[in-house]
Design a protein around this ligand. Sequence first.
Ligand code: 5GP
Ligand code: ZN
Length: 123
Amino acid sequence: MSLAEADCLFCKIVAGDVPSLAVYETGTMYAFRDINPQAETHVLVVPRQHYEDAAVLAAEAPDLLADVLLAGADVARQEGIEESGYRFVFNTGPDAGRTVFHAHLHVLGGEQLGLFGRPHRTG
Ligand code: 5GP
Ligand code: ZN
C-alpha cells in the first residue's frame, strides 16, 4: 500500500476502517451516503482501488471509470431518482472545493437541484 493510500479517507472507508452508510457494492465499486449531503439524495461512488482523481482513473483504468458511471446510474435507479433526474459531479482542485484525493463520483438528486458554477453573489 502506498503512503497516499495509507492516509486516504476513502481507502479507509472502502476497507471498513472508517464507518459509512453503504448503498451499493460490487467487487470493484463501493457507494455510500455523503456525510454532509448537498441534496436530498447524495451518494458517493468510489472504485475500491485508489486513484487520485477522475483524470488519473481515465488515463490508467478507463474501463473502471466507465464502471464508476454505470454504478452511479445503478445507484440512481436504486434510489428511485432515475426518472426525476440526477447530477453526476467530479470535483478537481481547490476552485471546485475538492477535499478527498481518491477518485469519487457524486450522485445528487431527489429534489430540484440549484444552478451550479459561479457562487451566489450578493449586492
Ligand atoms: P470532494 O469535495 O472531495 O469532491 O468530496 C468529498 C466529499 O466527501 C464531501 O462531499 C464530503 O461531505 C464527503 N465526506 C468527507 N468525509 C466523509 C466521511 O467521513 N464520510 C462520508 N460518508 N463522507 C465524507
Ligand atoms: Zn484511496
